[in-house]
Design a protein around this ligand. Structure first.
Ligand code: SAH
Length: 239
């Protein structure tokens, strides 16, 4: 369980095109502003950055967040043009027991699903999709030091809250970040053979008594500002 089952390709020496996936518009706006991406595109060094945000659901009007929409939006985007690197930035739940606090940053080493259970050989590993992302150990260390971030495991699921079993799993696996998209993006990137890196910022503490959605809303601006301030340095260090 502790060792990733799958691995993504390394980041190539020359990165010309980066697809930057952000799940929510409220997360994407400050990142776009910080990168000067008024038309959804920006440049960092030699790399062209294109922002990908799933946007609002046409029926409900709310952001299409979560693993299904993330996979669907990325798979569609990869059909039209192939990036050298996919980057995911966004908010996450963090863990007080791991020494994390609000607005802390995590450079993700590996990602998995925590709400996928199939008690059959092979299928359990398939649905958990525990995947080592593309940055090497030295890239992780360098970028984390530059940003003052931690490096470690992120876990994704379809829910903002967490069950008691999931809390026990997070403890056992030393999970640092809980989100709703990254492991799904990792599945798409593995199937397409495209490298993936991720930067997460803590909006709420999963192992704290305050209801997650209240903390999330209160800390959203502060945390997305911190991610936005670090966005260019994160991408610049990897390309
Ligand atoms: N209630 C919010 C919706 C946020 S859902 C609103 O009204 O806008 C959570 C989003 O932030 C997802 O895209 C997810 O990736 C991230 N996230 C932040 N904290 C999370 C947590 N504790 N668990 C899962 N996802 C979290």
């Amino acid at each position: 369980m502790d060792r990733p089952t799958f691995a993504l390709p390394p980041i190539p020496p020359r990165v010309h095109r980066v697809l930057l996936f952000v799940a929510m518009r409220s997360e994407a706006d400050p990142i776009a502003r910080a990168l000067g991406a008024t038309d959804g595109t920006a440049r960092i060094g030699d790399a062209h950055i294109e922002l990908l945000v799933p946007g609002a659901d046409p029926v409900l009007g709310v952001d299409r967040l979560g693993p299904v929409h993330a996979a669907s939006a990325l798979a569609r985007a990869l059909c039209s043009a192939r990036p050298d690197l996919v980057v995911n930035m966004g908010t996450c739940g963090g863990f007080e027991s791991q020494g994390l606090g609000i607005a802390d940053l995590i450079v993700v080493r590996d990602a998995m699903f925590h709400d996928a259970r199939v008690a059959l050989d092979g299928f359990d590993a398939l649905v958990r999709a525990h995947t080592r992302l593309s940055p090497s150990a030295s890239q992780l260390e360098a970028v984390a030091e530059r940003l003052g971030a931690r490096t470690g495991l992120a876990s994704s699921g379809s829910s903002l809250d967490a069950t008691a079993d999931e809390l026990a799993l997070f403890r056992r696996t030393h999970t640092l970040a809980k989100d709703m998209e990254l492991a799904a993006l990792a599945v798409v990137c593995r199937e397409a053979g495209v490298p993936l890196a991720a930067l997460k910022g803590v909006t709420d503490l999963v192992d704290h008594h305050e209801p997650t959605h209240e903390a999330f809303l209160r800390n959203l601006t502060r945390t997305t500002d911190r991610i936005a301030q670090s966005a260019a340095a994160f991408i610049g260090q990897l390309v």
